[in-house]
Write a protein that binds this ligand. Structure first.
Ligand SMILES: O=P(O)(O)OC[C@H](O)CO
Ligand SMILES: [Mg+2]
Length: 245
């Protein structure tokens, strides 16, 4: 397999030593992006339009209302459907889908490994509380290993990703925080999330959906096909126990 560090254009192979880790949630820990895609395809079909990955790239990772505005404006349907009406229509379908959310490959192994080795970990998501609770209801034990969770409707998160707000709030809430952004590694799947982490001065590993245009990989410090490919030692983090992996 190609070395993930050198495989992507021009970035340094010298990495800062990481002490704290922040996880994105949708599309990174949980396989929930597919639900948004499905619902948005259904809504757009009514207007004889198709939902594609260039639009998906502009929406993912953002707060609900921010993503909704992008959706109605970019598709040219804002005269017929307001961002607010889009959200309430979408809601009904999502409410039944979210409780079925499954973990992404490698999420459980990495969270449990970092937690067992005393590395402080947290979640920083654009999702608001109601959606967070629906999505995580089958995964409460795993999410309880997080030191804290920062949600998109947190009062400190004035703007969604690519603003650094959610990651800066997450860095503050670690024990003894704020933690130096140089010592924090963020895991993200979305272009807006990768930018938000860089805007916060943090290192970022991107685990993108393969359908996302590869031009979005350039901002990340490392790009992986799956969380299963992550090598903690490259970042100064405890190595996986060979017998357990
Ligand atoms: O990817 P997250 O966890 O920031 O979630 C953002 C939205 O809710 C889904 O794109
Ligand atoms: Mg995400």
């Amino acid at each position: 397999m190609a070395n993930p560090v050198t495989a992507v254009g021009g970035r340094s192979s010298i990495k800062p030593s990481i002490t704290h880790v922040i996880f994105d949630m949708d599309g990174l820990l949980l396989d929930t992006e597919k639900f948004y895609t499905e619902v948005q395809e259904i809504i757009l079909a009514r207007y004889n339009k198709t939902f594609d990955w260039s639009l998906k790239a502009k929406m993912m990772g953002k707060k609900a209302i921010e993503a909704a505005r992008v959706f109605v404006e970019e598709t040219g349907i804002s005269e017929s459907l307001s961002a607010e009406d889009f959200l309430s229509e979408r809601e009904e379908m999502l409410r039944t889908m979210f409780p079925t959310s499954e973990l992404m490959p490698g999420a459980s192994r990495l969270i449990r490994h970092l937690h067992a080795n005393g590395i402080p970990i947290c979640v920083a998501t654009g999702s608001h509380r109601r959606h967070f609770e629906l999505k995580t209801q089958r995964h409460c034990e795993l999410f309880s290993l997080m030191h804290h969770i920062v949600l998109g409707d947190d009062p400190e998160v004035k703007q969604g990703k690519p603003s650094p707000d959610v990651f800066l709030a997450a860095a503050k809430r670690f024990e003894g925080g704020p933690v130096d952004p140089n010592k924090i590694l963020v895991f993200e799947d979305a272009p807006s999330g990768v930018l938000a982490a860089k805007n916060a001065g943090m290192s970022v590993v991107m685990v993108p959906d393969p359908r996302l245009d590869s031009s979005f990989h350039e901002t990340a410090d490392q790009v992986l096909g799956s969380l299963l490919d992550f090598n903690p030692s490259e970042w100064g983090l405890p190595a996986f126990d060979k017998a357990a992996s």
